[in-house]
Each structure stands twice: as structure tokens, then as C-alpha cells.
Design a protein around this ligand. Sequence first.
Ligand SMILES: Nc1ncnc2c1ncn2[C@@H]1O[C@H](COP(=O)(O)OP(=O)(O)OP(=O)(O)O)[C@@H](O)[C@H]1O
Length: 790
Amino acid sequence: MGHHRVKVFVRLRPSCRPSTAIHVDHAANTIRIDVQKQHGGGPPRPYNDQMVFPFDNVIQSSCQETVFDQCAKSVVEDILGGYNGTILTYGQTGSGKTYTMTGDTKAYAHRGIIPRAVERIFAEKVAKPEAGITVHVSYLEVYNEGIYDLLPQRRLASAVSLTAMEDNGLIEIKGLNKMHCSTEAEALKYFFEGERHRSVAPHTLNQMSSRSHCVFTLFVERHSGLRTLEEVTSCKLNLVDLAGLERLKRTEVGGQTKKEAMLINKSLSFLEQVVSHTLRFAALVMQKQRLSLEAYYLKSALHWADRAAVYALRQGTGHVPFRQSRLTTLLKDALGGNCKTVLIACAWAEDFFLDETISTLRFAQRVKYLKTSAIINKKPDDANIERKYVREISDLKQELALRDALTGRPSISYDDLTEETRSELRERIQAFLAEEAGIDSIPIENFKQVKELLCLFKEAQVSLRRELEKLLRDYGGGPDTFLNHPATDIEMNPGSTEGDDEEYVGELDTEGFHVGPVAPDDARPDLPPSPHAMVRALRSPELRYGDDTLLDYNKSPPIKAAPPDLWDLDLEERNEAFLEYKHNTEEGQIQEQELKTKTAELRMRKRSARELYTTVNNSKHEIADVKLLDSASKAGARVEFGNQAFDEQKYHLMQRFRVARSAYQRAFQELKEVKTNLELLQQEVRDCKQKLLESFYRWFETMSMYRGDMSKMEAFSSGSPAAVVSGPKQSVYKGDIDVGKVEAPLPASAGVVTGSKLGMTKSPGLNHEIVKGSVMVPQQQNKTRSKGGK
Ligand SMILES: Nc1ncnc2c1ncn2[C@@H]1O[C@H](COP(=O)(O)OP(=O)(O)OP(=O)(O)O)[C@@H](O)[C@H]1O
């Protein structure tokens, strides 16, 4: 990083009656002012009667071209070399600042620094096309302490002020338009467009007085032109035309123009303060470094300018208040940052304005002591880097092609997969997943293709899952129904825990009496249906969620080994017969009671199994979560414990894992035992059901047999089978009949009905009415078969 002093030039406005107090020494580049020739008042008196101001150059009666060559050209050349630059014009109102910066638009020869700088940059762009110079321009003004964009649209009264921000050590204006310019004419077009939008107003000293500080910026990017270099220089040239200092009594303005003048003076005085503070800070640093000679010079410069600054220097404070106005914020880089700066101080040469001229020269002299730290601004050349990678990729592809040719695989392509290839792969994957094609149908050629295949597999899985969820929703289930289906976790599921089938045993339903899941052992399918099979099944219209065919495949068909006579009855009659047996026979009551007890116990066991099952699954999920978190926390914060590095997060995860694992093991063990008991109990329940049905069938057969013998029928139906022992179907009871409980049959005429009517009044096979209390009334003998008969 190089330190560069700010270069200061003074341009005296041509005058027909120049002051005799002003003496320009062109050889020494100084201006001497003989203050004793001043008549009263005036600036603070120096210790002597002469003031000498040294500058880099004093320009008097020079043309615009000379001004550009002497003051601005070096900064513009530095821009092409990658340095940021700023050229400022400063001075009293009407002293020629705008003339110097913009020039006289009426004559080409009188064009100012801005058009000439634009011309020089585009000349370089044309001369060196290999450098790939790109130019953008922006134009803003600081008006009444607001920053306004002058491009591309006219600044409106309602326009919002922009914000100046510091980015990477440089001041940037947020939201400022930067217009790309391919040619000089284009850049000038934007410049003159901005000129038209500037705030100007007339007063006695200038008919076109600027009421704002204007900054025209050229952003220049330049490539090295060498294919090997991966850097590009990127810098900007600020061309600043400051508004002029105004003595209000001289300009005789009022209203809005007066207000503007006061704000202009205020912002310029902030600029002076910033310069003074910067010098004071520099002097402080030099003093500390014992650079007493330079400090002396600085202090002498400050002496004239700001005694308060010298006092503050003694106090040792070093803060420079750049942020106290928009102008000083904008000029921060120019006054001490990464920039090469030139100040052109414009002044009147007449006696009448000697006070203002001396003020201007003092300010300019102080600025001359400022130093900046300009560097060449480089940034990665994205285009060059891209070119390099494209070249490398092409080389690598050739290398691969060579290797494939040598290993006998010449047809492999390493280019990106086309949409056509991708859809072909998608179809193959669909066929493979639908088990219509084998694994060999999917080609595996290179890494890029494998990655694409994985993506397509994921895509297929996601779409399948979505379709399945939708179908399940349509059929009244939900995604959880499938996910929590026993088949998906067959190890952990204690069996069907929903809707205990045992509850239906002995109950009436639409298909006749329900006998529950007395299923053969091989009723359960070996494997759960695959998602594809489920989707296929769900797509078919005749299947519905809850059918035995799909999700309830655990259910088994009921036993149908009933006596043929029973199936001759219709549904209602069968149900009535079954109820009659269960409620009105001793044996039926005992068996039903036994079945109910067992069923209740089974239900209780299932409930506890269900709870254990939930615990096991929750523990499994917790373990899975912990594993997931563990893998995600590989880059977790590490905490130092003494000398030992300790992963705090991992510790907590380990704790969670241990708790979940022990809960899982405990519940799993208990679940295994419960499942064993459950299976035994289920078997017992099945036996009970079997027994109940068999004895019902026997009872029904006997009743059918005694159809004509009322007394036997009554005796039998009342639970006293001894009365019928001698009957022709004695063998039905297989020896478990209590012969001591025979009751005398009631007279056939007895028509008294006590208790509820439960009998088989519609039974064509039993031509009587059975009433609780053993009253029988013979009815019709021949009744036609019901619709349910077989
Ligand atoms: N060196 C010069 N040679 C010829 N004409 C000049 C010169 N300097 C200034 N002028 C003329 O003086 C008038 C005022 O100049 P200019 O507008 O540049 O002043 P200014 O410093 O920008 O004023 P303000 O601060 O009010 O905007 C213009 O008409 C301009 O042409």
C-alpha cells in the first residue's frame, strides 16, 4: 500500500482588474498575498503581513486542455491502472468550479475535465480491446443534506434520499443507478442527462449557480488481457463539483435559495472540520513517532486554520467526524482512504473577493497535507476463471474418453444427461419398481448417471408415497394406517389390537351370527403387501379400505360347519335360534359366560400388550432420533473440560440413547411374555367359541329331531336332557347329560306366557312357540322356506 499526498491546484478566474495583493510565483508554484494592502476588516491577521501558499501548480489564463493535462490526466491514467481516484473542484460561488469540471457546453474546446476523462477512458477501451474494459457511470447530487440520483429519471420533489454505506472499506451508495456504457457517446449522453437534472438557481454572482454538490462517477473494470491471469482491476473515478461558498450579503439571495446557500456553507464548513481533524490526527501520530519536523509543518498549517484543532491535538483525541454530513461521508475515501485525490481550488482574482480567496487558499493548503492510501483494486476475474475451468473439464473428458477406449468402453458419454435420457431412465426405474423388469434393465455407466438414478429413485419413492397417501385418504384411512400396519412392523405388533374380534362372538350381525376369528393357522399371509401392490390394489374400484382382501387380511372366515337345517333358516331365524340356545339353556348360559370371561381377559391382555407395543415403538423412534441428531451434530460445538475436549451435545445424546435403549429392552421383553400368554389365551377363546358353536349345533340338531314331540322338546330346551335320553338321537350328547334333572312336560293347552318372548316363532322347522317359562303353543306345521334358506 502506497501513501499518496493529495495534489492541490489553484485556478484563478481570468479577470480584467486583478487584485494587486495577489502575486503568483509560477516557478515556485506559490501564491503570495500582501495583506497590508487590504483596507480594514478582512481575515484574521497573520503574524506577518504576507501570506504565502504553496501548491502543486497555480493555473492562470490556461485553456481547458492544459488544466486537464496538468491537474486531472495523471488521476485518469491511474484509473486505467486500477487505482481509485477523485478530482474535486472547490471555491467561492462563481469562481469557475463547474466551468473547470464540466466546461462550457457551447464550445467543444471549452469542455471540462469530465468529458475529457470519459474520452480518455474510452480511447483506451478502443485501443486495447483485449483488456476488455467495461465502463459504468452514475451521477448523484447532495442537495439539502439528501443524496439524490440524477440518472436515469429526473429527480422529483418526492424522490427518496439514498444512503451512503461503507462496503469493504469503500463508500457505496445503496440503490444508486450504475449505467453500463459501451461507447463514449453513451457515457456523455448519461452525463448530460444528469446535468439537466442538477439543481441550479441564479444569483448576482452566477446565473447558473449550483445549489448542490454533484458527483459523476466512472466505474472501470479492466481485465489483464492475459489468459493466465485470473484477476481483474475494478476501480472508480469520482468527479466532484462542489457547490460554492457564499457570502449571503454578496449573492443577495432570499427564500429557498438562501436556505440552500446556508446548507451549502454548513456542509462546506463540515468539510473543513474533517480536513482539520484529519490533519490533527496525523500530527498526533507523527508526534508519537517523534517525527517532529513534519508535525511542526502540520501544526503550522493548523495554526492558521484551527487553533481548537491544535488544542485537541494536545488533548490527544483522534476521531475524524466524517459522518456528520452527507458530503463528508461521500468524500471519506478521497480524504484519507483508498484513493488518489486531486483538489482544484477555484478563486476570484479581484480585490473585492480577497477575503473569500484567502479562505479558499487556506483550505486548499490544508488539504495539501492530507495523505491517502491508494492500492490497485484487484478482484477475481470470473470470466477468466470460468474459461480456465471449461478448459480443464474438456481436458479431463478427453482423458476419460482415452481411458474408456483403452479399457474397451468407447461409447460412454460424460456429458450432462439430456431430458430424453432422463425420461428413459425414469421409465426403466418405474418398470423395475413395479417388478416388471429386473435390475439389469437399469444401466450403470458413470458417476453422473448413478447420481441421476438415485435422484430418480427418490422421485419415484416420493410420488408413490404421495399416491398411496392420497388413495388411503380417499378410502377413509390415512397414511398412518399403512405406516402403522402390523405388516410394516410385524415383530413389534402384538397382533390385531383394534376392534377385538372376540367381541362379536355370539352377537348377531347381518350375515347371521358372528363366530369371530376362528381362523386356521395359515390364514395370515407370509409377507406384507409391497407399496406397489397396495397402490395397485387400492387403484381397483371394487376394493375398499377395511375389506378382508387388503388391510384386514388378518381376519379369517367364520366356521360354516353347521347342520344343514340351520342354514335352511333365514338370517333372523338363525339369530333367534342362537339367542335361544345361549339364554334359555343351562349349557348355553354356562358356555357363554365362560366365553365372556375369557374374552374380557383377552381384551385386558391386549390392552397391556398395546401399551407395551407403544412403549417399544416410541423407544425405537427415540433411538432413531438420537442417531439422526448424532450424525447431524458431528460439527457441534466443543466444550473444554480441563484439558480434555468434550462434546457436550454428544454427551446428552448418549444419555438419551441409554434411557431409550433400556426402556426399549424392558418393554420388548415384557411384550414377548405378554404375547406368549396372549397367544395361549387366544387359543382358549377360540376353543370356547368352538365349543359354544358345536354345542349349539348339537342342540339345534336335537331340537330339529324332536320337532313332533313337544314334551321332549320342552324338556330338552329347558336344559333337562335326561328326558330325552331314550330318544333316537341320544348319541348327540356323547355322555355329558344329567339324567336326574328330568322335568314333567307341561300340558299342551297351557298358553300362559311369562317372561320375554325369545323363541323361534318363525322357524318352519320348529312348529311351536318357545316362551321363557317353558310354555309351548303349537303353531303351523308347514311353512315355506325363508329367503335365507339354503
Ligand atoms: N476560467 C474561466 N474561463 C472562462 N470563463 C470562466 C472561467 N471560470 C468561470 N468562468 C465563467 O464564469 C461563470 C461562472 O462559472 P461557474 O458556473 O463555473 O462557477 P461556479 O464556481 O461553478 O459557481 P457556483 O458555485 O455558483 O455554481 C460561468 O459563466 C463560466 O463560464
